[in-house]
Structures are given as structure tokens and as C-alpha cells.
Design a protein around this ligand. Structure first.
Ligand code: CP
Length: 319
């Protein structure tokens, strides 16, 4: 049976660490002068991006090329979706050309699961579906944390992670909540009530170590990691905050507030950043930020995912 990567929710801890271990070896490949291995020679990967992307799309393409796969990119604007073709018809037609994997980004939650249900001959990799999951983002975030804490001779379990901002609309938040639940980390969700999922306290899948805060100061207290989220204005169908100015006054993560309430924290952001709205430039570009490391690690993590799902009988040692 074909394996897919649809979300972190379906992974167990061993699978999470397997991806991170594989990614570590691909970090080494990306640091070589010749950044290419023959691991996926003869394999074909289609990147079907029907919603905009810079980081995920570029890094999946680079990842495929570094593994010597043939990679094809299709975006919403240059596909027959603009002529009214359905997602399923588009994907079935692509599958008819025998790709080994289709990497899909789509604005609808569940799009990747839908394709996995209907396509039997290729792996489906979720590159972000609506407000549901963005599993490779959570994996690259975990890899970045693992590197950071390993440099301080620490692991990535038993941490306090504050996730701040538009959690309601964030697939990055959901995937990270599931990842940090597996890692037994304490998760602080920090947002105004309107930017949290409805009835967030009773979402059993999030587990018992999730705590809710409406005060930025209280939510940041003692955090090891502050994960700042973008205000997802394109998904907001209502006025979720009175104004961006008011949101910024209460929730923008600044050096002043971090140095007081989470002085030893590091700061992450999945990008793209709305500078001065959810995060100050001083923090984004400052010494706490591991944002560029996150982007760098996107390539290694996506190499690990493509390798795991497409290599077939090729063993890890042969790559
Ligand atoms: N983090 C992330 O998914 O960025 P892109 O939308 O640019 O891919």
C-alpha cells in the first residue's frame, strides 16, 4: 500500500524522529559543494501548488532536484484548474503520467486526504491544506529546535512552547501542536478568543498539555520557544480583531516583552512575516530568531520526506 504524509496527527513519536534523523543526514548533503545524491534517480515528483507559496514550493523543488528526481511544478494560475477542471480530475490526469509522488498545496482543508483516498498509485504529500495541517513545516520546525538545543546539549522534550497569534486559521499551529504533543512538551496557545479555534479547551486531540492564554505576558512566561504566527488575513471571513493596530498593541511580539517574560527564549516564524503586526523587525532579525535556520532546514526535511515515501526498495545506506 502507498504511504502518504497527510498530517502530523497520524504519526507516532518513532515516525516523527525517523523523519528528523533522515533530515539530519540530508542537512549534510546540502552543506556539500556538490549538493546532489542519486537517491531518487528515475523517480518523478509533481509539485501541485494551487495556493501561493514561496518557501514550501521552492524547497520541495530543490529537495527533489538534490535527490536527482525529475520534478515538475504546476501552479493554480498555469493549470487547467483555471478552465474549471476539478482538483480530482487534475490529480487523476497527473497520476496517469506515473509520478511517484504528488506534493499538493490547496486552500481547502482536507484536500490532501481527499486525493490520498482517490489516487492509489502515487504518494500524496500535504504541503499545506487550508486550516488543517502543514506537516513538513512542523517537521522543519522540530529539526530546527533539535539543532538549536543539541548545540546546548539538550533535547527537544520537556520544553515550554508558546504559540502566539492567529491560531484559529493556522495549519502550522495545528501540525506543531500535534508534534509537541508527541514530544510531551507544554504548549501555550496565546491569542485573543476570536483567533482561537471554537471551543479550543475541549479539543481532545490536542491533549492535556495545551493551555490557553489571552494575555501575551502570561502566555510567554518562562517559554523556551516562542512560535509567532502570521495574521492570515486571506482566510479571515469576518472581523476577527477590531483593527490591526489594536492587535499589534496587545499581541505583537517585541524584544521589550520577550526580555521581561521569556528572557531565554528563541523565536520562530513560519513566514511570510507581517513585520510590525505579529512580530517586530528587531526580534525577527535579532539574536533570538532562528527563522532563517527554519527556511534552510525546509530543504533537508523535504528531502527526508520525499526519500522516505518515494525510495521504494532503496535502503538508507545506498542514498
Ligand atoms: N511557511 C510556508 O508555508 O511558507 P510559504 O507559504 O511561502 O510556502
Amino acid at each position: 500500500m502507498r504511504r502518504h504524509l497527510l498530517g502530523i496527527e497520524q504519526l507516532d513519536k518513532e515516525q516523527l524522529y525517523n523523519y528528523l534523523d533522515n533530515a539530519k543526514s540530508f542537512v549534510e548533503v546540502s552543506n556539500r559543494e556538490l549538493k546532489k545524491v542519486p537517491a531518487l534517480r528515475g523517480k518523478t515528483i509533481i509539485n501541485l501548488f494551487l495556493e501561493s507559496s514561496t518557501r514550501t514550493r521552492a524547497s520541495f523543488e530543490i529537495a527533489g532536484k538534490r535527490l536527482s528526481a525529475d520534478t515538475i511544478n504546476i501552479s493554480g494560475t498555469d493549470s487547467s484548474v483555471t478552465k474549471g477542471e476539478t482538483l480530482l480530475d487534475t490529480a487523476r490526469n497527473l497520476q496517469a503520467m506515473s509520478p511517484d509522488a504528488i506534493v499538493v498545496r490547496h486552500r481547502e482543508s482536507g484536500a490532501a486526504n481527499f486525493l490520498a483516498k482517490h489516487l492509489k498509485n502515487c504518494a500524496i504529500i500535504n504541503a499545506g491544506d487550508g486550516m488543517h495541517e502543514h506537516p513538513t513545516q512542523a517537521l522543519l520546525d522540530c529539526l530546527s529546535l533539535r539543532q538549536h538545543f543539541a548545540e546546548r546539549e539538550k533535547g527537544i522534550e520537556g520544553l515550554r512552547i508558546a504559540i502566539v497569534g492567529d491560531i484559529r486559521h493556522s495549519r502550522v499551529a495545528r501540525s506543531n501542536i500535534f508534534a509537541h504533543k508527541l514530544l510531551d512538551n507544554e504548549i501555550h496557545l496565546v491569542a485573543p478568543p476570536t483567533l482561537l479555534p471554537p471551543n479550543v479547551e475541549s479539543i481532545k486531540e490536542f491533549g492535556p498539555k495545551v493551555k490557553i492564554f489571552h494575555s501575551l505576558k502570561a502566555g510567554l512566561e518562562g517559554a523556551d520557544v516562542v512560535m509567532v504566527l502570521r495574521m492570515q488575513l486571506e482566510r479571515q471571513t469576518d472581523n476577527f480583531v477590531p483593527s490591526l493596530e489594536e492587535y499589534c498593541a496587545n499581541y505583537c511580539v517585541s524584544e521589550r516583552i520577550l526580555s521581561r517574560y521569556a528572557p531565554n527564549s528563541i523565536v520562530m516564524h513560519p513566514g511570510p512575516i507581517n513585520r510590525g503586526i505579529e512580530l517586530s523587525s528587531e526580534v525577527a532579525d535579532g539574536k533570538r530568531s532562528i527563522i532563517e535556520r527554519q527556511v534552510t532546514n525546509g530543504v533537508a526535511v523535504r528531502m527526508a520526506v520525499l526519500f522516505t515515501l518515494c525510495a521504494g526498495n532503496i535502503t538508507q545506506e545506498e542514498k
